[in-house]
Every structure is written in structure tokens, then in C-alpha cells.
Design a protein around this ligand. Structure first.
Ligand SMILES: Nc1ncnc2c1ncn2[C@@H]1O[C@H](COP(=O)(O)OP(=O)(O)O)[C@@H](O)[C@H]1O
Ligand SMILES: [Mg+2]
Length: 374
């Protein structure tokens, strides 16, 4: 198989690293030079709307996938005329736009926070009334790692908040005083077979994922079944092929969907060491017409992101059970440069060794206190 991947960031890089073992070949498409995937496979560089370059990218491929969500729909349609694109352009469209995404989830009976559209200043009073305060105003498109968001504690500051994100089409969303954040990574293949990884607990700071624990502590079977049911509805409605991640807030034992990612996801990186089959391999199996691999976990895992600059790597190397992944990106504040996964045979062992690694990697910014140790 020859797979084309739109986007050559760390997600594409890790996909290729796993895919080579399966005998899959790769070609990347990327707008920026020096992307992390460039060291692994041929890369066609061009803007995401450059159909000449996209045409070069598409030649000879068996199928196309993406690790980056902000691809113009015309470009997706252009590619889909040449080869199968997985997940389908329709699935991408739903998750590219927060208003469409929230409408879609609610139509399927998947709960979300209350929300309302903001297209003009005149919409603000009604939107704030609908979402309630505190709220978060979020750009409908192009948001990631908390970018394009502004918090509103009092409706009188809504105009200033919307100004701060550039008055782009937005939604106002009720702030959820959650007990914790969870996500599920699910995968569906061409034959319609579905597999789920266990719920993962995620700790974000300033909108950026810092730590994931899998399986989530004390997530009972009922909560897992609820997450799987929501994922199944979404996957089947979209006739989805590939990995899908759903981010949730958990509040009083209920799951409230936050957003969808139509791709492999940062909260699934632990599956490289912590599951029988990684999310990257399962994504490739799904889109290449293969049966899915087992999602059974191997012990308990914690994934810590390396953000902004690298910690003392010799200390990471010296930690038994710690697996370092570097993306070869240059340091920059807020940038994901790599991650470390700590895998242990039991939850108890994981919680015993994690504090030391957190201290090395996060220097006190993230601690066990951030987890829900119920
Ligand atoms: N409605 C909300 N209530 C509480 N916290 C929120 C809400 N929306 C976002 N957040 C916080 O901000 C983080 C990033 O927001 P998210 O909508 O997932 O955007 P992004 O696309 O940047 O990941 C979330 O993981 C959560 O920690
Ligand atoms: Mg998110």
C-alpha cells in the first residue's frame, strides 16, 4: 500500500513510524518546510489550496488520509476524485466547524454544553443568554491548543472577548465546571468493524494537553459503555473510516462532548507502548482495508507532553519504564516537541513512579494533584 498523508507534523511522523512495519509506503503533503514527517518519507510542499502541488502529491497513491484538520474542502474534494480519502471529506467538514460539530452531536443525542452562534455584535446578547455565563467564545474554525478562545465571566465583557479573537464567526459555549476531562479514541475500518480504546483522563493547562492517564482512573464500565455508544453513533452516521477521538468533560458521572478530532489524537499517544495495537497502526489498518488490531491495554500508562523546551533528557532516559518520543521540532513557547510515556504493570505502580517523572518533565506545573484520584 502507498498512503498519502496531508500534514507532516508529529502525528504523520508517528503514523509512518508504525506503518513501515506493516510494509506501507508514505508520501506527505505539507505547507511548511522542516516538518517532522519530512525525515521519514517523500514530502510535497505546497499550500493547502494549491491544486497543482496536490495533483503531484496524489499520483500513484492507493489512498489518502490526513493528520491536520484545516484543509479547504475544495482541496479534499479534489483529492477524493483521485483516490479514496479516509476519513471522508464529509466527516472532516463536520469537525472543522464548531457550530456544525455541536449541531451534529446534538442531533445524534450526544450531549454538549449549551451553545449559540455569533456572527455579528448584534448576536451577542442572545448568544450569552443561551450559553449562560461564565462562557467561552470560540472561533468556529482553525482553533487548536486553546487558540481562538476567550473566556467571558460577565455578559458585559462579551464584545471585548469577541474582539480579542478578531470578530471571526464564533460560538459562545457555556463553561462546564467539570470534574475531569476524558477522551475516547475509537476506530472503524472499511468493513465497518469498530474498536475502542479505554477512556483516557486528560489534564490541560492553558488549553494545551499536558498529561494523559490510560485507562482513566476509576472510569467504570457504565461510563466506558456510554462513551462507546456515543462514538458508535458518530462513526456510523458518518460512515467513518479511520481513528476518531472524542473529547469529553465528565461532570457528576455524565459525559458532555467537547469536540471531535477526525484523526489520530494526542490523548492516544500512550497506545504506542500501552496497548496491543497503537492508534497509528489501527488507523492505517482501518484505511488500508485490514482487520483492526486488538485495543487491549498492557498495564497502565501515563503520557506527558514536552512543551516549549526540552527537559533534562538524561533524567528521562534514566527513568525505568519511560519511553521518549522526540519530533525533531525546534523549541518555541507552547509548541509540542515530543512526549514521554511511562508504562507500568499496574495503576498503583504507575502512580508510585509518575511523580518523579512529572517533576523532571513539568517542573511542578503538572502534578498528581491535577488528577482525579477518586
Ligand atoms: N466549555 C468549556 N468549559 C470548560 N472548559 C473548557 C470549555 N471549552 C474548552 N475548555 C478547556 O479548554 C481546552 C481546549 O478547548 P477545546 O474546545 O478542546 O479547543 P482546542 O481545539 O483548542 O482543543 C479544553 O480541553 C478544556 O480544558
Ligand atoms: Mg480540544
Amino acid at each position: 500500500m502507498f498512503v498519502g498523508v496531508v500534514g507532516a507534523g508529529q502525528l504523520g511522523r508517528m503514523m509512518a513510524l508504525d506503518g513501515y512495519r506493516l510494509g506501507i509506503r508514505f508520501r506527505f503533503y505539507e505547507s511548511k518546510p522542516g516538518a517532522p514527517g519530512a525525515e521519514l518519507a517523500e514530502l510535497i510542499q505546497g499550500d493547502y489550496d494549491d491544486q497543482d502541488a496536490l495533483g503531484w502529491f496524489a499520483r500513484g497513491l492507493d489512498c489518502i488520509t490526513y493528520e491536520f484538520e484545516n484543509i479547504p474542502s475544495e482541496s479534499m474534494d479534489f483529492l477524493a476524485k483521485r483516490h479514496p480519502v479516509y476519513p471522508s471529506p464529509g466527516a472532516l467538514e463536520v469537525s472543522q466547524e464548531r457550530l456544525k460539530e455541536k449541531n451534529f452531536l446534538n442531533e445524534l443525542g450526544v450531549p454538549t454544553a449549551p451553545y449559540a452562534a455569533i456572527d455579528s455584535e448584534a448576536d451577542l446578547p442572545a448568544a450569552m443568554a443561551k450559553s449562560g455565563t461564565p462562557a467561552i467564545i470560540k472561533s468556529r474554525r482553525l482553533g487548536y491548543d486553546g487558540k481562538g478562545q476567550a473566556r467571558v465571566d460577565d455578559a458585559s465583557t462579551a464584545a471585548a472577548a469577541w474582539d480579542s479573537i478578531g470578530n471571526v464567526p464564533a460560538i459562545s459555549e457555556g463553561y462546564v465546571a467539570f470534574d475531569r476531562e476524558l477522551s475516547i479514541v475509537a476506530v472503524r475500518n472499511i468493513a465497518g468493524e469498530i474498536a475502542y480504546y479505554p477512556l483516557t483522563e486528560n489534564v490541560h493547562k492553558a488549553g494545551i494537553l499536558r498529561l494523559s492517564i490510560a485507562p482513566a482512573l476509576a472510569a467504570d464500565e457504565a461510563l466506558q459503555a456510554q462513551a462507546e455508544d456515543y462514538a458508535k453513533r458518530i462513526l456510523e452516521k458518518l460512515d467513518y473510516v479511520g481513528v476518531l477521538a472524542i473529547e469529553f468533560f465528565e461532570k457528576e458521572g455524565e459525559l458532555i462532548a467537547n469536540e471531535l478530532a477526525p484523526r489520530v489524537h494526542n490523548s492516544g499517544h500512550w497506545t504506542i507502548e500501552g496497548a496491543e495495537t497503537s492508534q497509528f497502526e489501527n488507523h492505517l489498518r482501518a484505511i488500508c482495508g485490514l482487520p483492526l488490531g486488538s485495543t487491549r491495554t498492557c498495564g497502565s500508562s501515563a503520557m506527558i507532553n514536552l512543551i516549549g523546551d526540552l527537559p533534562a533528557l538524561e533524567k528521562v532516559h534514566a527513568t525505568p519504564g519511560a519511553h521518549l518520543h522526540l519530533y525533531n521540532k525546534s523549541p518555541r513557547p507552547g509548541r509540542k516537541l515530543g512526549h514521554v510515556t511511562l508504562r507500568e504493570n499496574s495503576r498503583e505502580a504507575l502512580l508510585a513512579t509518575l511523580p518523579q517523572l512529572l517533576a523532571v518533565v513539568c517542573q511542578g506545573e503538572v502534578t498528581l494533584e491535577d488528577l482525579d484520584l477518586r
